[in-house]
Design a binder for this molecule. Sequence first.
Ligand SMILES: Cc1cc2nc3c(=O)[nH]c(=O)nc-3n(C[C@H](O)[C@H](O)[C@H](O)COP(=O)(O)OP(=O)(O)OC[C@H]3O[C@@H](n4cnc5c(N)ncnc54)[C@H](O)[C@@H]3O)c2cc1C
Ligand code: SF4
Length: 489
Amino acid sequence: MSRRWLFADQLGPHFLDERKQPVLLIESKAVFRRRVYHRQKAHLILSALRHRAAELGDQAIFLRGETYGQALRTVREPLEVCHPTSRRALEFVRELDRVTVLPARGHVTSLEDFADWADGRRGALRMEAFYRFAREHHGVLMDGHEPAGGRWSFDTENREPPPKDGRLGVPAPPMPKEDDIDAEVRADLDRWAREGIRFTGRDGPRRFPATAGEATARLRHFLRHRLAAFGRYEDAMLSTDPWLAHSLLSSSFNLGLLDPMEAVRGAERAYRRQGAPLAAVEGFVRQVMGWRDYVWHTYWYFGRGWGDSNELSARRSLPDWWRDLDADAVDARCLADVLTGVRDRAWAHHIPRLMVLGNYALQRGWRPAELVEWFHTRFVDGYEWVMTGNVVGMSQYADLGRMTTKPYVAGGAYINRMSDYCGGCRYDPRQRVGEDACPFTAGHWAFLARNRSRIPANARMARTMKQLSRLGDLDAVVAQEKRRGSDPP
Ligand SMILES: Cc1cc2nc3c(=O)[nH]c(=O)nc-3n(C[C@H](O)[C@H](O)[C@H](O)COP(=O)(O)OP(=O)(O)OC[C@H]3O[C@@H](n4cnc5c(N)ncnc54)[C@H](O)[C@@H]3O)c2cc1C
Ligand code: SF4
């Protein structure tokens, strides 16, 4: 049996064919020289890799060195590897004549099935259509030929604002316990930092699973205690509770610790056997086998050029306070809180990423490519494949709508409705000009004014564009936001 080379994002049992299969693991220090990673992300990657090496014991050759190339020169036997998750890594392994590249794992739908589905369609490849195909193809939440409950999506029931008392009433997710391997990782990272490798963000206790066991425990706890509230409060934001009822499993899926199909089947069982609400279960299943798979497949299917899109001609560089996660420089309460979360936890849930961070960057006209790098390196679950769709496509609308029908840009009214932030903020979400003007509200109109001729006219934008044309103070708003520029709001 060939030795299976596992990359550091292929660490779970579903990346092996047999329990006793010989394995090669490589830890490359050069990876951490190339980019400025969040300290907690670097910790999680190293901890997960070293935990896997410890679990496998003699079954694995574990090489720690500068580069993959150097490490590989010391292994003489033929190797096989599952399709890596970035173009650069795929090209690298394909050029090695001793290495056989196997089909990709770690997602619900195969690359071939997606390509067959996509090749046969005309028009835009929307997530909703792919999600239906995937549900039918894999028989998930289906009653015969019909979707469970008679609908493919329960999204309309899943967009509630947070409860007024600021409490969801669900137990917090279980946090992993650090061990000797984590202590060794922390000491190594301290040493690397002294040697000149740069990290950003604050160090802190490891909050995300580093082993398949820890990931499975978090999944079970989520299915039993938190899933029921997931759907209702999926879009809500609370200053007092960063986790809400989210699963906190993205890093586990992306490190390959947890098979997403296990989570999907577990959620379906919770609906069929334990009476979990269908809207919550469907919402979670859509995130995992709909959105996550769709983002993975479009990364490969739309090709290399997609990631370079900048159709809104956003040319400003990310400011230092943003790069350095300097939340203390920011007054705007929503942005300060979310940036604090990134600095201290290397994580935020979907709506803070999309409607606070991404929204602000879009309004300010920051370069999508720099933002891709920022999200990739600052979040525990950031990987190249997940960035193109989420940042270039969804959040920055840099491709003029291959994924979405309109830009995710919104003013303070949205944030006010979906969070508890505005009450304690020095700005007023209703004001667009003057001392109290909310930077999101003003930024929203300034963005639309700047991009009026670039954003394709469609029915979903028509009302907003009409409102824009009626604003009597638009010139003042535009001038004010020009002065604000990329300064911390
Ligand atoms: C600008 C931006 C950047 C993002 N960057 C990342 C990233 O680096 N890595 C990442 O995994 N997700 C990313 N996402 C998607 C999503 O925000 C995170 O997957 C989610 O917030 C992780 O928290 P969770 O595990 O609690 O997710 P839940 O809310 O519990 O959702 C369940 C699972 O669904 C999957 N999922 C849901 N939406 C998406 C999506 N749009 N793309 C991919 N997977 C999805 C994740 O695996 C997640 O664990 C990004 C979204 C935006 C808008
Ligand atoms: S008023 Fe504006 S800046 Fe302040 S919290 Fe609300 S949306 Fe954010």
